[in-house]
Design a protein around this ligand. Structure first.
Ligand code: ATP
Length: 145
């Protein structure tokens, strides 16, 4: 039989507003979350909201190997601004056979490259949230009538 637990193992790379919210929410839901950022102040800020928190530059393949990132079922790459860093991090994760790599995209060029290198899900936070809000607005309207 498989594992005794249905809990999934998550890692979140990049603890800005986007990655930080994902980390906190997963932890609140009782999941195992590894929080990773290159900045020590971000790692300290999120340490209370994660199972483990580590300082690492995720473009460094050896650093990712020593963290054991290849054993995680889900890895979220929430590095938005630095497209090159996001791409290289994603590439390394897929080379290490992480089964589910979800990545925040900055623009359409970034999206295309992420698709090519095997990102499993590509997220556009502003657009995706806009769609959700439109759906919420219309469902409220139905409740009002
Ligand atoms: P948000 O819009 O979600 O608030 P942000 O603008 O604060 O994000 P981004 O540049 O999108 O910041 O990056 C998110 C996080 O990723 C930052 O906290 C940054 O330190 C981290 N980060 C950037 N490069 C690396 C790297 N090579 N390895 C690990 N973390 C990194």
């Amino acid at each position: 039989m498989g594992k005794m637990t249905t809990k999934k193992q998550f890692a979140v790379i990049g603890l800005g507003r986007f990655g930080g919210s994902i980390c906190k929410e997963l932890y609140k839901m009782g999941h195992q979350v590894l929080a990773i950022d290159v900045r020590d102040e971000k790692v300290n800020e999120y340490a209370p909201f994660a199972t483990h928190a580590v300082i690492a530059n995720t473009t460094d393949e050896k650093a990712l190997q020593s963290i054991g990132i290849g054993n995680f079922e889900y890895v979220v790459v929430a590095i938005g601004d630095d497209i090159q860093t996001s791409i290289l991090t994603t590439l390394i994760l897929k080379e290490m056979n992480v089964p589910n790599v979800w990545v925040k995209a900055q623009n359409n060029y970034h999206h295309k490259v992420l698709e090519k290198i095997g990102a499993d899900r590509i997220i556009h936070p502003e657009q995706d949230m806009g769609i959700r809000i439109a759906q919420h607005l219309t469902s409220e309207k139905i409740v009002d009538y």
